[in-house]
Design a protein around this ligand. Sequence first.
Ligand SMILES: [Zn+2]
Ligand SMILES: [Zn+2]
Length: 108
Amino acid sequence: MLNSQRMRTDILPLCDQHYRTMEPVLAPYNADYSIEFFRCTDKFCHRCFGERVGYTTPKRGEAPTLAPNQPSCDRHGRPMFIISLDRQRNHVTYACPEPDCPERLLRP
Ligand SMILES: [Zn+2]
Ligand SMILES: [Zn+2]
């Protein structure tokens, strides 16, 4: 894969619509293999997280674009993904896909 960046595999993204764990689309994977996309495990949801475009719902024949509300890591400029939802305090936590990046972002 050209220009593929590594994506961490220690934490998995959650769907930004369902807060379900997303699964890597390119399987199988291991420590030597970089993942480019994750998708929601809800079979009716077509939400994906791509390492360059962040959260997106792919449409046939259209190039995915970065959503205006998609947060990026200050350090790496990479689109961040949701790692947890706090239903009591009603906020989500985003993390950077860069391996070992400690940046976290809270969003209501
Ligand atoms: Zn979903
Ligand atoms: Zn980062």
